[in-house]
Ligand binder design. Structure first.
Ligand code: ATP
Length: 258
Protein backbone atom coordinates (compact mmCIF):
# COMPACT_ATOMS: atom_id res chain seq x y z
CA UNK A 1 0.00 0.00 0.00
CA UNK A 2 1.19 3.47 -0.86
CA UNK A 3 0.99 4.77 2.70
CA UNK A 4 3.60 2.28 3.92
CA UNK A 5 6.23 4.04 1.79
CA UNK A 6 6.84 6.92 4.18
CA UNK A 7 7.59 4.64 7.15
CA UNK A 8 9.69 2.27 5.03
CA UNK A 9 11.86 5.22 4.05
CA UNK A 10 12.21 6.19 7.73
CA UNK A 11 13.09 2.60 8.58
CA UNK A 12 15.89 2.50 6.03
CA UNK A 13 17.22 5.78 7.36
CA UNK A 14 17.36 4.45 10.91
CA UNK A 15 19.21 1.22 10.03
CA UNK A 16 16.75 -1.40 11.17
CA UNK A 17 17.34 -4.90 9.91
CA UNK A 18 14.03 -6.82 10.18
CA UNK A 19 15.89 -10.10 9.57
CA UNK A 20 18.45 -9.54 12.33
CA UNK A 21 19.21 -12.74 14.25
CA UNK A 22 19.18 -12.42 17.21
CA UNK A 23 16.41 -9.86 16.86
CA UNK A 24 17.16 -8.32 20.26
CA UNK A 25 20.46 -8.01 22.11
CA UNK A 26 20.85 -6.58 25.62
CA UNK A 27 24.41 -5.95 26.84
CA UNK A 28 25.08 -5.27 30.53
CA UNK A 29 21.80 -3.43 30.79
CA UNK A 30 20.82 -1.47 33.85
CA UNK A 31 17.77 0.70 34.42
CA UNK A 32 17.52 3.23 37.21
CA UNK A 33 14.30 5.11 37.82
CA UNK A 34 13.86 7.86 40.40
CA UNK A 35 16.88 6.61 42.34
CA UNK A 36 15.74 2.98 42.28
CA UNK A 37 17.83 0.34 40.46
CA UNK A 38 15.00 -1.46 38.67
CA UNK A 39 17.14 -3.66 36.38
CA UNK A 40 20.80 -4.63 36.58
CA UNK A 41 23.39 -6.76 34.79
CA UNK A 42 21.05 -8.04 32.11
CA UNK A 43 22.73 -9.55 29.06
CA UNK A 44 20.56 -11.46 26.61
CA UNK A 45 20.39 -12.50 22.98
CA UNK A 46 16.85 -13.19 21.86
CA UNK A 47 16.27 -15.28 18.74
CA UNK A 48 13.36 -17.57 19.64
CA UNK A 49 9.87 -17.12 18.16
CA UNK A 50 8.09 -17.54 21.50
CA UNK A 51 9.63 -16.28 24.72
CA UNK A 52 7.83 -16.17 28.08
CA UNK A 53 8.78 -14.06 31.09
CA UNK A 54 7.93 -15.02 34.67
CA UNK A 55 8.74 -13.53 38.05
CA UNK A 56 7.11 -12.22 41.19
CA UNK A 57 5.44 -8.80 41.37
CA UNK A 58 8.03 -6.06 41.20
CA UNK A 59 10.79 -8.33 39.84
CA UNK A 60 11.32 -6.13 36.76
CA UNK A 61 9.40 -7.97 34.04
CA UNK A 62 7.46 -4.96 32.72
CA UNK A 63 10.53 -2.76 32.87
CA UNK A 64 12.49 -5.33 30.87
CA UNK A 65 9.98 -5.56 28.03
CA UNK A 66 9.53 -1.79 27.95
CA UNK A 67 13.17 -1.60 26.92
CA UNK A 68 12.34 -3.53 23.76
CA UNK A 69 10.03 -0.97 22.20
CA UNK A 70 11.66 2.15 23.55
CA UNK A 71 9.06 2.92 26.24
CA UNK A 72 12.17 2.91 28.47
CA UNK A 73 15.80 3.46 27.55
CA UNK A 74 18.59 1.76 29.52
CA UNK A 75 20.52 4.01 31.92
CA UNK A 76 23.56 1.76 31.46
CA UNK A 77 24.51 -0.75 28.78
CA UNK A 78 22.92 -1.11 25.35
CA UNK A 79 19.73 -2.50 23.89
CA UNK A 80 19.69 -3.30 20.17
CA UNK A 81 16.44 -4.33 18.52
CA UNK A 82 16.45 -5.51 14.91
CA UNK A 83 20.05 -4.36 14.73
CA UNK A 84 19.37 -0.77 15.84
CA UNK A 85 20.33 0.89 19.11
CA UNK A 86 17.05 1.79 20.84
CA UNK A 87 18.54 5.11 21.97
CA UNK A 88 18.85 6.26 18.37
CA UNK A 89 15.62 4.77 16.92
CA UNK A 90 13.21 5.25 19.81
CA UNK A 91 10.60 7.06 17.73
CA UNK A 92 10.44 4.42 14.99
CA UNK A 93 10.58 1.37 17.28
CA UNK A 94 6.80 0.92 17.72
CA UNK A 95 6.61 0.26 13.98
CA UNK A 96 8.73 -2.87 14.56
CA UNK A 97 7.84 -3.78 18.13
CA UNK A 98 4.17 -3.76 19.09
CA UNK A 99 3.42 -3.40 22.79
CA UNK A 100 0.22 -4.68 24.42
CA UNK A 101 -0.43 -3.38 27.92
CA UNK A 102 -1.82 -5.41 30.80
CA UNK A 103 -4.71 -2.97 31.19
CA UNK A 104 -6.40 -2.10 27.86
CA UNK A 105 -7.58 1.20 29.32
CA UNK A 106 -3.91 2.25 29.60
CA UNK A 107 -3.39 1.59 25.90
CA UNK A 108 -6.49 2.86 24.10
CA UNK A 109 -6.56 6.58 23.45
CA UNK A 110 -9.40 7.11 20.97
CA UNK A 111 -13.15 7.17 21.64
CA UNK A 112 -14.19 4.49 19.14
CA UNK A 113 -12.79 1.13 18.09
CA UNK A 114 -12.52 2.19 14.46
CA UNK A 115 -10.49 5.29 15.39
CA UNK A 116 -8.20 3.19 17.58
CA UNK A 117 -7.37 0.87 14.67
CA UNK A 118 -7.19 3.70 12.14
CA UNK A 119 -4.59 5.48 14.26
CA UNK A 120 -2.06 2.70 13.59
CA UNK A 121 -2.55 3.15 9.86
CA UNK A 122 -2.03 6.91 10.06
CA UNK A 123 1.21 6.14 11.90
CA UNK A 124 2.25 4.18 8.81
CA UNK A 125 1.56 7.22 6.65
CA UNK A 126 -2.08 6.68 5.60
CA UNK A 127 -4.35 9.68 5.09
CA UNK A 128 -7.33 9.91 7.45
CA UNK A 129 -9.71 8.58 4.77
CA UNK A 130 -7.38 5.71 3.86
CA UNK A 131 -6.94 4.86 7.53
CA UNK A 132 -10.68 4.71 8.27
CA UNK A 133 -11.42 2.46 5.28
CA UNK A 134 -8.33 0.35 6.06
CA UNK A 135 -9.49 -0.03 9.67
CA UNK A 136 -12.92 -1.22 8.55
CA UNK A 137 -11.40 -3.85 6.27
CA UNK A 138 -8.99 -4.98 9.00
CA UNK A 139 -11.76 -5.28 11.62
CA UNK A 140 -13.91 -7.26 9.19
CA UNK A 141 -11.03 -9.63 8.44
CA UNK A 142 -10.80 -10.37 12.17
CA UNK A 143 -14.55 -10.85 12.66
CA UNK A 144 -14.91 -7.55 14.53
CA UNK A 145 -16.71 -5.34 11.99
CA UNK A 146 -19.64 -4.98 14.42
CA UNK A 147 -17.36 -3.41 17.04
CA UNK A 148 -16.02 -0.67 14.74
CA UNK A 149 -18.47 2.14 15.55
CA UNK A 150 -18.68 1.28 19.28
CA UNK A 151 -17.14 3.43 21.99
CA UNK A 152 -14.07 1.60 23.33
CA UNK A 153 -15.29 2.21 26.88
CA UNK A 154 -18.45 0.15 26.23
CA UNK A 155 -16.60 -3.05 25.28
CA UNK A 156 -16.20 -6.09 27.54
CA UNK A 157 -12.72 -6.67 28.98
CA UNK A 158 -12.11 -9.46 26.46
CA UNK A 159 -13.22 -7.27 23.55
CA UNK A 160 -11.04 -4.41 24.80
CA UNK A 161 -7.96 -6.60 24.94
CA UNK A 162 -8.72 -8.06 21.51
CA UNK A 163 -9.01 -4.56 20.02
CA UNK A 164 -5.76 -3.47 21.70
CA UNK A 165 -3.96 -6.44 20.15
CA UNK A 166 -5.51 -5.69 16.74
CA UNK A 167 -4.57 -2.00 17.08
CA UNK A 168 -0.96 -3.10 17.40
CA UNK A 169 -1.15 -5.82 14.73
CA UNK A 170 -2.53 -3.42 12.12
CA UNK A 171 0.95 -1.84 12.09
CA UNK A 172 2.44 -5.23 11.12
CA UNK A 173 5.13 -5.28 13.80
CA UNK A 174 7.89 -7.89 13.52
CA UNK A 175 7.81 -8.52 17.26
CA UNK A 176 4.83 -8.42 19.61
CA UNK A 177 5.51 -7.81 23.30
CA UNK A 178 2.65 -8.50 25.69
CA UNK A 179 2.46 -7.57 29.38
CA UNK A 180 0.11 -10.10 31.01
CA UNK A 181 -2.58 -9.63 28.34
CA UNK A 182 -4.93 -12.24 29.79
CA UNK A 183 -4.76 -11.28 33.47
CA UNK A 184 -8.26 -9.82 33.71
CA UNK A 185 -10.03 -12.08 31.20
CA UNK A 186 -12.42 -14.97 31.80
CA UNK A 187 -11.63 -18.48 30.58
CA UNK A 188 -13.30 -18.09 27.19
CA UNK A 189 -11.76 -14.69 26.40
CA UNK A 190 -8.38 -16.02 27.54
CA UNK A 191 -8.67 -18.99 25.19
CA UNK A 192 -9.67 -16.77 22.27
CA UNK A 193 -6.80 -14.35 22.78
CA UNK A 194 -4.43 -17.28 23.34
CA UNK A 195 -5.50 -18.82 20.02
CA UNK A 196 -5.12 -15.49 18.23
CA UNK A 197 -1.59 -15.04 19.62
CA UNK A 198 -0.62 -18.65 18.86
CA UNK A 199 -1.60 -18.24 15.20
CA UNK A 200 0.49 -15.11 14.65
CA UNK A 201 3.59 -15.20 12.46
CA UNK A 202 5.21 -12.52 14.59
CA UNK A 203 7.81 -13.26 17.21
CA UNK A 204 6.16 -13.07 20.63
CA UNK A 205 7.51 -12.12 24.04
CA UNK A 206 4.87 -12.45 26.75
CA UNK A 207 4.79 -11.93 30.50
CA UNK A 208 2.41 -14.27 32.26
CA UNK A 209 1.61 -15.32 35.82
CA UNK A 210 -0.41 -18.19 34.32
CA UNK A 211 2.44 -20.60 33.71
CA UNK A 212 0.25 -22.98 31.67
CA UNK A 213 0.23 -20.37 28.88
CA UNK A 214 4.00 -20.68 28.52
CA UNK A 215 4.53 -24.45 28.49
CA UNK A 216 4.71 -24.60 24.68
CA UNK A 217 7.06 -21.61 24.41
CA UNK A 218 10.62 -21.94 23.12
CA UNK A 219 12.28 -20.18 26.04
CA UNK A 220 11.38 -18.72 29.43
CA UNK A 221 13.18 -15.96 31.35
CA UNK A 222 12.74 -15.82 35.13
CA UNK A 223 13.25 -12.35 36.63
CA UNK A 224 14.01 -11.74 40.28
CA UNK A 225 14.96 -8.50 42.00
CA UNK A 226 15.71 -6.78 38.69
CA UNK A 227 18.07 -9.53 37.55
CA UNK A 228 17.77 -12.59 35.38
CA UNK A 229 17.53 -15.54 37.77
CA UNK A 230 17.10 -18.34 35.19
CA UNK A 231 16.93 -18.63 31.42
CA UNK A 232 16.06 -21.85 29.64
CA UNK A 233 13.34 -24.11 28.30
CA UNK A 234 9.88 -24.01 29.91
CA UNK A 235 10.46 -27.61 30.99
CA UNK A 236 13.43 -26.48 33.09
CA UNK A 237 12.43 -22.97 34.20
CA UNK A 238 8.72 -23.31 35.05
CA UNK A 239 9.06 -26.20 37.57
CA UNK A 240 12.02 -24.44 39.21
CA UNK A 241 10.02 -21.22 39.48
CA UNK A 242 6.99 -23.05 40.91
CA UNK A 243 9.17 -24.88 43.43
CA UNK A 244 10.66 -21.56 44.53
CA UNK A 245 7.19 -20.06 45.02
CA UNK A 246 6.08 -23.09 47.06
CA UNK A 247 9.18 -22.90 49.23
CA UNK A 248 8.70 -19.17 49.86
CA UNK A 249 4.97 -19.52 50.55
CA UNK A 250 5.75 -21.85 53.45
CA UNK A 251 8.11 -19.37 55.10
CA UNK A 252 6.32 -16.47 56.84
CA UNK A 253 8.23 -13.21 56.42
CA UNK A 254 7.55 -10.36 58.88
CA UNK A 255 5.72 -7.50 57.19
CA UNK A 256 5.85 -9.26 53.82
CA UNK A 257 2.64 -11.29 53.88
CA UNK A 258 1.53 -9.57 50.63
N1 ATP B 1 8.84 4.92 37.56
C1 ATP B 1 9.42 4.19 38.53
N2 ATP B 1 10.21 4.76 39.46
C2 ATP B 1 10.80 4.03 40.44
N3 ATP B 1 10.62 2.70 40.57
C3 ATP B 1 9.83 2.09 39.68
C4 ATP B 1 9.19 2.78 38.61
N4 ATP B 1 8.46 1.89 37.88
C5 ATP B 1 8.66 0.69 38.47
N5 ATP B 1 9.46 0.81 39.54
C6 ATP B 1 9.89 -0.26 40.44
O1 ATP B 1 10.65 -1.17 39.68
C7 ATP B 1 10.44 -2.48 40.15
C8 ATP B 1 10.07 -3.37 38.98
O2 ATP B 1 8.79 -2.97 38.49
P1 ATP B 1 8.12 -3.73 37.25
O3 ATP B 1 6.79 -3.09 37.01
O4 ATP B 1 9.07 -3.79 36.14
O5 ATP B 1 7.93 -5.17 37.88
P2 ATP B 1 7.00 -6.38 37.36
O6 ATP B 1 7.82 -7.62 37.56
O7 ATP B 1 6.51 -6.12 36.01
O8 ATP B 1 5.82 -6.35 38.41
P3 ATP B 1 4.27 -6.81 38.28
O9 ATP B 1 4.28 -8.32 38.13
O10 ATP B 1 3.67 -6.38 39.57
O11 ATP B 1 3.67 -6.10 37.10
C9 ATP B 1 9.39 -2.40 41.25
O12 ATP B 1 10.04 -2.40 42.49
C10 ATP B 1 8.73 -1.07 40.99
O13 ATP B 1 8.25 -0.50 42.18
Amino acid sequence: MAFFRKRQENAQASSFNPDADPYAVLENVGLEMTGHQVLQDISLKLSERRIGIVGLNGSGKSSLIRLLNGLRLPTSGDVRVFGADTKTVQRDLPRYVGFVFQNPDHQAIFPTVEEEIAFGLTQLGASKTEAVSGARVFLERHGCAHLGPKPFADLSEGQKQLICILAVLVMKPKLLVLDEPMSSLDGLATRRIQNLIAALDQRIIMISHDLSLLTSYDRVLWMEGGRLRMDGSPQDVLPAYEADISARADIPVDGDAF
